[in-house]
Design a protein around this ligand. Structure first.
Ligand code: CP3
Length: 345
């Protein structure tokens, strides 16, 4: 019964403090690894990589061959969901993702979900393959983007903007915006349920642009959809831990944890560790939050910060991670050092 084996990562998510914090890193598969770049070149387009199980399995496993991570994260992207809803999604080298912007209600209605699971079948096949291929102590993480973050890509057509169009919808066309969020919430639940049925043992929901919303829209478009997602996943799979990543939401993290009921919250580098230990950890496992640039720097400064984070957060349920994804210029040997240092403490 492989699935009954105690996996430290899953134990921590379930609220059990581990002697050595389990560790994985956001974007642990990616361009900082030469073997990823080689597979990526072979695949052609980025979406081809996501939709070819053999290659997606390979790049998921690459970091596990180098480092003793406690979890593997499915190799895919949050934007396969809009792609499976029939929106045009392109990954342009050096520019990030580009989408055909949603204009109005008619575009939302056109996202009927026809062929949704067929388009995503390769992602489920990847999870099934990974469930068999990963080491026995390693947990398998599935993921999706949160409705707000996916909505920003749909409306703006790209990431990291000032979100002027998305906010114009929120403040001026709230019924349309609400319809979009509801639709994304429904399909996100469908997608995550299928991932769990294909072998995901925990799921993480990335709300990378939560940072852009002020209090009231944050409550309505980040907390509320996440409540629905958690409720519906729990109704079917109560045993699967759920990690939320409401990036850079400041003090709203308190209500996010209390109201969504997530098992764990992933913290960005701006969250003070001692504050997280006293205010968040009593209610949820915390994950994070080393600055990815400190992993680029490496050496003593990185080691001191690892020690500090573990001293502050290691007394409760804690998963070591970065505060955001690994950046491409990260030296792979610094990742090796991070894992060794954590385990040797
Ligand atoms: O190893 C892993 O963490 C799993 C794979 C993963 C990717 N994207 C692969 C990827 C995961 C979990 C994601 C999530 C994702 N994708 C998020 C949420 C997390 C975050 O970073 O805030 C977001 C916002 C996206 C959308 C996205 N996809 C962007 C903004 C980019 C371009 C940025 C970049 O690094 O180029 C992508 C492309 C992408 N997704 C790459 C990878 C490895 C790089 C593409 C390439 O190989 O050319």
């Amino acid at each position: 019964m492989e699935r009954k084996l105690r996996k430290p990562f899953l134990e921590a998510l379930r609220g059990k403090t581990q002697a050595v914090p389990p560790v994985w890193l956001m974007r642990q598969a990616g361009r900082y690894l030469p073997e990823y770049r080689a597979t990526r070149a072979k695949a052609g387009g980025f979406l081809d990589l996501c939709y070819t199980p053999e290659l997606a399995i390979e790049v998921t496993l690459q970091p596990l061959r180098r480092y003793q991570f406690d979890a593997a994260i499915l190799f895919s992207d949050i934007l396969v969901l809009p792609d499976a809803l029939g929106r045009k999604v392109a990954f342009v080298e050096g520019e990030g993702p580009i989408l055909e912007p949603l204009v109005g209600q008619a575009d939302i209605q056109r996202m009927t979900g026809e062929g949704f699971h067929e388009r995503l079948a390769p992602v489920y096949a990847t999870l099934k393959g990974l469930a068999k291929a990963i080491p026995a102590q390693t947990a398998l993480i599935g993921f999706a983007g949160a409705p707000w973050t996916v909505a920003t890509y749909l409306i703006e057509g790209k990431g990291g903007t000032d979100f002027a169009n998305a906010k114009a919808w929120i403040y001026g066309r709230s019924a349309d915006f609400e319809a979009l969020i509801d639709k994304l919430t429904d399909f996100t639940v469908e997608y995550l349920l299928a991932q769990i049925e294909a072998g995901a043992e925990a799921v993480q929901i990335f709300d990378s642009w939560a940072s852009a919303l002020s209090e009231m829209p944050f409550r309505r478009y980040c907390i509320r959809p996440m409540q629905t997602i958690v409720e519906r996943l729990r109704a079917r799979h109560a045993e699967i831990p759920i990690i939320g990543f409401p990036r850079a939401c400041g003090a709203l993290a308190l209500d996010y944890v209390a109201e969504t009921g997530v098992d764990a919250i992933s913290l960005d580098p701006g969250v003070p560790a001692a504050w997280a230990a006293s205010h968040l950890q009593p209610k949820a496992c915390v994950q994070g939050n080393l600055d990815p640039m400190l992993l680029v720097a490496g050496g003593k400064p990185m080691e001191r910060e690892i020690d500090r984070l573990v001293a502050e957060l290691g007394q409760g349920p804690y998963v070591f991670n970065l505060g955001h994804g690994i950046v491409p210029q990260t030296p792979p040997e610094h990742v090796a050092r991070l894992v060794e240092h954590l385990r040797a403490r």
